[in-house]
Ligand binder design. Structure first.
Ligand code: MG
Length: 245
């Protein structure tokens, strides 16, 4: 009996779908809610109209020093540069799910090798490091090269430009969710384009970045600031903007 009823339901659904296809096309068109109009920048690197500009080349007004002093990094020619040994910098505002555009440049004068060459990093939510490194003919562990989520996710390709050239990251980040009791509800996810080339495709993060040991999730807020790393090398950044989602 049950089987017959099930078949009847399935059959009437098919009939209804067929009837709809033969009927009014307007039945499958809707007009609300309307996606807001966003004016694109002149190039895709320019901040669109609804972006929060975190660095436009002029000042550190959106940033604070991790060591609680004045920021000791320098600004010249529209770019900020790490002053090694003075500590990282962090946005004043917190962000969760977002689209982030950031441009970076490792030093033209090559010094050091492996992780010691043009190392910095973008810590999403202050915890999940998207590695910045000069990996142009520079060997290191692959889960620590440019485009990696440090010590977690190896990039699909090495999309590095030569040292001294500007490079871009376009990141789509979904923040992790936690239950009240701190247990992970859903992990963070990330998609990254380096210089327009897909290097991370909607990958799941394993937890916060750890230098030693396995990554681990620890409950944090829905919105947390973004940090840029001082790893001792004079890496530069410019044109940083974000679209919270
Ligand atoms: Mg780093």
């Amino acid at each position: 009996m049950k089987k017959t009823a099930g078949l009847l339901v399935a059959f009437s659904c098919i009939l209804a779908a067929q009837a709809q296809r033969q009927g009014d096309p307007k039945l499958s068109e809707y007009y609300e809610p309307v996606p807001p109009v966003v004016t694109p920048g002149k190039t895709s690197a320019d901040a669109p109209s609804d972006a929060i500009v975190l660095f436009s080349g002029k000042d550190f007004s959106s940033w604070k020093a991790d060591r609680g002093t004045d920021i000791k990094w320098t600004i010249a020619d529209g770019a900020m540069t790490v002053t090694g040994g003075t500590g990282g910098i962090t946005t004043k505002e917190g962000f969760g799910d977002c689209q982030l555009h950031i441009e970076w440049r490792t030093p033209a004068v090559v010094k050091g090798d492996g992780q010691g060459r043009g190392n910095s990093g973008i810590f999403l939510m202050g915890k999940y490091e998207l590695q910045v490194l000069d990996n142009y003919n520079n060997k290191t562990y692959v889960n620590g090269q440019a485009g990696s989520i440090y010590k977690q996710l190896v990039p699909l390709v090495n999309a590095c430009r030569p040292p001294g050239e500007w490079q871009t990251y376009d990141v789509i980040f979904t923040a992790p969710r936690f239950y009240e009791n701190g247990i992970l509800k859903s992990p963070a996810r990330v998609t990254v384009f380096q210089n327009g080339i897909l290097v991370q495709n909607n990958r799941e993060l394993w937890g916060g970045t750890e230098y030693i040991g396995s990554p681990e999730y620890k409950k944090h807020g829905d919105k947390e600031p973004i940090s840029l790393q001082d790893h001792g090398n004079p890496v530069s950044y410019r044109n940083i903007w974000i679209r919270p989602m």
